[in-house]
Design a protein around this ligand. Structure first.
Ligand SMILES: Nc1ncnc2c1ncn2[C@@H]1O[C@H](COP(=O)(O)OP(=O)(O)O)[C@@H](O)[C@H]1O
Ligand SMILES: [Mg+2]
Length: 259
């Protein structure tokens, strides 16, 4: 198995030396090619910061994040809050990454449309985002990330802002999309249920500064059926993760009270 993402002794600080926030680290992990990995952890523990380092949007202060790829931009990112442009039509939003990559517009439109269709948005390609529901906007953001056919898909709480029913639909769509081409996915979520349903492995991060404190293999077969949610094993895993997180949140609260 090829290692796709490797973080070695990664540390990340923010601010000046006398007013320094230690956001991440020391963080070590390896993610294999084609693996779907979810990261869970208390808020403010450095999850988004770590993802931004993997995306090469920011640098580690110490250590390194290595991506095994020959491409200059092997990863694309989906953010929590429908980061699409309101003044661009759906198709132009979905094509955005391809425009940046210099793909000719005709080919770009075909590819963008292909992914919009996979996400059930082909008939909205000429619409403006203001006319779409929250879930549809997030699908546009996902189509935009997929259209560049990235080796690595980075998702930062992508379904956090949509309601529970729609969230389940989006999770199932993502499972099907992943099953079709099995790219490497690194997915951050607050929802333990979501993490267990989607991932091959769930990594638990400590309270800030974020480190990996548990690495839990999810045993359910692929293609994965959402009905695994009602199994005893699912409940057991969810309980195990909840305990780990509760401990981290409590130690975080205790450290605030000391100050
Ligand atoms: N650009 C920044 N400047 C200063 N502090 C930051 C910056 N980005 C994140 N932080 C701090 O780093 C810590 C981790 O933030 P973040 O990675 O967003 O956490 P999470 O995504 O787990 O909620 C927080 O204390 C946050 O305030
Ligand atoms: Mg975050």
């Amino acid at each position: 198995m090829t290692v796709k993402i490797q973080a070695s002794q990664v540390m990340r600080y923010f601010g000046s030396t006398d007013n320094r926030v230690h956001a991440v680290g020391e963080l070590n992990l390896e993610i294999n090619d084609g693996e779907f990995v979810c990261i869970v952890g208390p808020s403010g523990c450095g999850k988004s910061t770590f993802l931004r380092m993997v995306a090469d949007l920011i640098r580690p202060s110490e250590g390194e994040v290595r991506i095994n790829s020959s491409k200059t931009r092997p990863a694309s990112m989906v953010f929590q809050d429908y980061s699409i442009y309101p003044w661009k039509r759906v198709i132009d939003n979905a094509r955005f990454g391809l425009d940046i990559a210099g793909v000719p517009k005709k080919e770009g439109n075909e590819r963008a449309l292909k992914y919009l269709a996979k996400l059930g948005l082909a008939d909205r390609s000429r619409s403006y985002p203001a006319t779409l529901s929250g879930g549809m906007k997030q699908r546009v953001a996902i189509a935009r990330a997929l259209a560049v056919e990235p080796e690595i898909l980075l998702m930062d709480e992508p379904f956090a802002a949509v309601d529970a029913q729609l969230r389940e639909i989006l999770q199932e769509e993502l499972l099907a999309l992943w099953q079709a081409d099995q790219r490497t996915v690194l997915f951050i979520t607050h929802s333990l249920d979501e993490a267990i349903l989607l991932a091959d492995r769930v990594l638990v991060m400590s309270a800030r500064p974020g480190r990996i404190i548990a690495d839990i293999t999810v045993p359910f077969a692929r293609p994965r059926d959402p009905s695994v949610r009602s199994t005893a094993e699912f409940a057991r895993l969810e309980g195990e993760l909840r305990e780990l997180l509760r401990h981290e949140v409590n130690s975080h609260l205790a450290s605030i009270e000391e100050k």
